[in-house]
Design a protein around this ligand. Structure first.
Ligand SMILES: C[S@@+](CC[C@H](N)C(=O)[O-])C[C@H]1O[C@@H](n2cnc3c(N)ncnc32)[C@H](O)[C@@H]1O
Ligand SMILES: Nc1nc2[nH]cc(C(=O)O)c2c(=O)[nH]1
Ligand code: SF4
Ligand SMILES: [Mg+2]
Length: 274
């Protein structure tokens, strides 16, 4: 279900409380696929993708929810009806940053009441109290921060007009300031079953991952097992994944962490709604 029918200024999606507190959600896409990442990789799932993000990773594979957010505002009942039209037990709420949206709590409660297993894909900067079966947390490392050299990439099919420097200067500082929130991360891992899924661009990321895990273990009243930590190769398309996946797998083995593939990219490259 392609629902990207309008373009909002990103600030409005992050800051507009009147929308955020309504029972409507800015939906960028809603589709049925296989969970492509993490401990539930391979599980048939309905994906509900909200628009709007408080960060701007240069590599974001969901450009139209972050750098140039597009969406339709759908009521809770409309979202539920669409979800229920698929024969699936698992729902993945993602974005953009889904936990920006206050209405996501009502959606998660309604999904829980209907017996769905819910995964929330989040960058870990926002905590909300909701029936979440798996908090799939992907804290952003400093190599995610946009710079003049690392600007948002164009999809291989040429979708979207992506000017290489779109918003880079404005967002670089904001992204760097906001990407790690130890209090939010602690609250998430204390309250929910979780996985910590790090996007790996190269060897330099590991020192930061290890330091963050140390800081989080000190801050949170929850244990972190190596099984909870997943390294995922950076790559929005097959070509890029081919460059990053082998080294990411080696790093996972060196440190006793899990490796997660990006099954949907292997299967469908960077096609929308997959
Ligand atoms: C688009 S994000 C939406 C959820 C949330 N904003 C987040 O970042 O976790 C969904 C997942 O895709 C990952 N991701 C985004 N772009 C990627 C890329 N180029 N390569 C690998 N993973 C990527 C994110 O780290 C996250 O785990
Ligand atoms: N198939 C598939 N699996 C996914 N797992 C997490 C995704 C996301 O964008 O959050 C995602 C996605 O976009 N597609
Ligand atoms: S936090 Fe998630 S949605 Fe936001 S820019 Fe980064 S990868 Fe994209
Ligand atoms: Mg995705």
């Amino acid at each position: 279900m392609p629902v990207s029918d309008s373009v909002d200024r990103s600030d409005e999606l992050v800051a507009d409380r009147s929308n955020a507190t309504s029972d409507r959600l800015p939906i960028n896409e809603l589709f049925y696929s296989l969970q492509g990442e993490g401990v539930l990789a391979g599980v048939p799932s309905v994906f509900v993708r909200t628009s709007g993000c408080n960060l701007r990773c240069w590599f974001c594979d969901s450009y139209h929810t972050s750098w140039e957010p597009t969406h339709a505002w759908l009521g809770l009942e409309e979202v539920l009806a669409e979800v229920e039209s698929y024969d699936a037990d698992h729902v993945v709420l993602t974005g953009g940053e889904p936990l920006l949206q206050e209405a996501c709590v009502d959606l998660l409660e309604a999904l829980d009441e209907r017996g769905y297993h819910t995964t929330v894909e989040t960058n870990g900067t926002i905590y909300r109290d909701a029936p979440i079966d798996l908090a799939s947390i992907s804290p952003k490392l400093r190599t995610s921060t946009p710079t003049a050299e690392r600007a948002p990439a164009r999809a291989t099919d040429g979708r979207g007009e992506r000017t290489p420097d779109a918003g880079t200067n404005e967002w670089a500082d904001r992204h760097e300031d906001d990407r790690i929130d130890l209090a939010a991360l602690s609250a998430l891992i204390e309250r929910y079953e979780f996985q910590l899924k790090f996007v790996v661009t190269g060897d330099d990321d590991l020192a930061e991952i290890l330091a963050l895990l140390d800081a989080l273990e000190d801050a949170a009243d929850a244990g972190i097992r190596s099984d909870d930590i997943l390294l995922m190769p950076e790559g929005a398309n097959r070509q890029r994944l081919a460059e990053t996946r082998e080294r990411t797998a080696e790093l996972a083995m060196e440190h006793g962490f899990r490796y997660t593939p990006r099954l949907h990219v292997d299967l469908w490259n960077d096609a929308p709604e997959t």
